[in-house]
Structures are given as C-alpha cells and as structure tokens.
Design a binder for this molecule. Structure first.
Ligand code: RIB
Length: 335
C-alpha cells in the first residue's frame, strides 16, 4: 500500500494542504477542531511525515558536508576524524565527499549539499571555489576552506602555513649538508603544492643549494614511486642528494623506489623529507622525516568556525593559520 501523502490527509480531514502543514508545524495557529480532524486522518491513513522534506522547509539540516581532495590520503582521514568528533559534540553529523582532485566532482558535491540545505560546507578545494562559496554563504549556507587559505580573505579558512613548511623541510636538508635538492610534487595547480615549493625555493636560495622541480600528476604513492625510479636511474653526478616530497604518500613511493635500487642508500646517498607526518611516516622502512600538520585540529577548528558562522551569518570571515613542525627521523640524517 503506497504511503499516504499530505494531500490524502487533507482530503480525508476536509481541510487544505496548508492546514495540514500548519497542524504538523504550527498547531497553535489552527483551530482545535481542525487539529483533531487532521490528527484523526493521519492515524486512519498511517501518514508518516517526510523528515528530509521537513528539514528542507524548516531550514538547515543537522548535517555538515566535508569535501576533501583525496579520501585515501591519511591526512584527510585525520582531518575528517577531527571534524566528525567536533561536530558530534554539537549534535551534528559530517557527510564526507571525495573530489579526487576533480573539479566536476567537486561541483557535484557542492550542488548536492546546497540542494539538501545542508547546515554548512567544509571543503579542501581542488579548483577555485571561492566565488561559489561566497554565493553559498549569501544564500544562507556557511562555508569554510579547509587546508587552504582564502585568496582574498572573503571566505573563512583553516590551514597551515605551507610556505613555512616548505622552508622548514629544505632548511633541514641544507643543514644536513645536502646541496642538490629535488622537489617532487604536483599537480602545480594545487595551492598546497605550490606554497611548499615556494618555501623550498626560499630556503634553497638562502642555503646556497640547487633546487630542481620534478612534477608529478598526483600526490600518490604510485607517482612517487615512478619519480623515484626516474631519479634513481640517473648517473650519480646528475642525481639529487636529497628529495623533498610534497606529501608523505609521494615520499613513501619515492622511498620504495630508492630502497629497491640496491645501489642507493637512504639517507647516505639520498636524504628524504615528506609532508603531513601521517602514521606511515614513522613506521616506514627508513623512518621518514616529515613536516607535521595538526590534522585533527584543522578539522575541529573548521567545524567550530562553521558553527559560529551558522549562528551569526553576519560575522566577518575568520582565517586560522597553524604553523607546521619538522619531525626529524632517519631518512634525512646528516651524512
Ligand atoms: O592532498 C594535498 C595535500 O595537501 C595533502 O597531502 C596534505 O598535505 C594537504 O595539505
């Protein structure tokens, strides 16, 4: 038997659909007689209200949308965990979307979240979404950039100073006596990748080291491994004596390739530094030096800012920037 609709209830009770809606949402505005007739029709028809539809009409749902670049990256898993724990503490649920560094997929999630009248959106963007987020905000859906600073501070953001992180990594390698450094990262359309490179360039110039850029198509273990095989195959005089990877997944792939190339030793021949300090870093076959981001704290803080904006839409955007931390391990020990 198909479920009864609001219209069926109205017909059975002899009232308008609007009266049924008022009985369900604002009974104080309806005569007691009409309330009784509608309630009797609901009971007789077994009508069940559509909670999603009610949430859509009544305003914001209790759901927060989080779109990340790569759900398989443990960094974003930690960000999501921090966001979920903070949201749950306020009675909200986080729905996770994975853009896989794809603009179209990212747009689809933003479309879906807006249609669902979601409470707010957290996004680690692949493309340039700030104009879209400003429009969302103007239509009542607050949004916070995660792991990315706003270009013009028009959207709230929580991020790490990736320029400082890149500088920390290469200063550490220069201090370890390395002078031919490669930066392996990409695509160079991702702001985190280019900011880390900018910091690396600053430190290399200050330390009198050469910096070569090896661009990869994605920040993955596989791309890191491919880049490592390419670098390991070079004649000794053309090989870098250190590599700074744009994130730990790339670094783990590089390490696999370098270790498989039996003639090369990490760190003696090639030092290696990653970024994020995911769990795999400390347990890698050569414990990986990495630039730590406060991943969970990023997620928690983004939710706090989002809830504040939802409560007070008129408040100016907030920008929170955390400082990265160098976690030195065996993969970059001085010769
Ligand atoms: O996915 C892109 C990278 O940026 C992640 O590894 C993490 O470092 C984020 O900041």
């Amino acid at each position: 038997m198909p479920t009864a609709s609001v219209r069926d209830v109205a017909l059975r009770a002899g009232v308008s659909v609007g009266t049924v809606s008022n009985v369900l949402n604002r009974p104080d505005r309806v005569s007691p007689d009409a309330v009784d007739r509608v309630q009797r029709a609901i009971d007789e028809l077994g009508y069940v209200r559509n909670d999603a539809a009610r949430q859509l009409r009544a305003g914001r749902s209790s759901t927060i949308g989080l779109v990340v670049l790569d759900v398989s990256n443990p960094f974003f898993a930690e960000v999501a965990r921090g966001a979920q724990e903070e949201a749950a503490g306020h009675g909200f649920t986080v729905v996770l979307g994975n853009s896989d560094e794809n603009d179209a997929r990212e747009d689809d999630y933003l479309d879906l979240f807006e249609k669902q009248r979601i409470h707010g959106v957290l996004i680690s963007p692949n493309g340039d979404v700030e104009e879209r987020l400003r429009r969302l905000r103007s239509r009542g859906t607050p949004a916070v950039l995660v792991d990315r600073r706003s270009e013009d501070a028009s959207v709230s953001s929580v991020a790490v100073d990736d320029i400082a992180g890149g500088r920390l990594a290469v200063e550490h390698l220069v201090q370890a006596g390395r002078r031919r450094i490669a930066y392996v990262g990409g695509p160079l359309t991702i702001r985190q990748v280019t900011d880390r490179l900018e910091g690396a360039r600053l430190a290399a110039a200050a330390g009198g080291a050469a910096l070569e850029v090896v661009e990869v198509s994605s920040l993955s273990v596989l791309e890191g491994r491919r880049a490592g095989e390419h670098l390991a195959a070079r004649p000794a005089g053309e090989r870098p004596d250190a590599i700074f990877a744009a994130n730990d997944l790339v670094a783990v792939g590089l390490l696999q390739a370098l270790v498989m190339q039996r003639s090369l030793r990490v760190p003696e021949d090639v030092a290696l530094v990653g970024y994020d300090d995911i769990d795999f870093a400390s347990t890698a076959v050569v414990p990986l030096t990495s630039i730590r981001q406060p991943s969970r704290l990023i997620g928690e803080t983004a939710v706090q800012i989002l809830l504040e904006e939802a409560e007070d839409p008129g408040r100016p955007p907030q920008e929170v920037v955390f400082q990265p931390e160098l976690i030195a391990r065996a993969s970059s020990a001085a010769r």
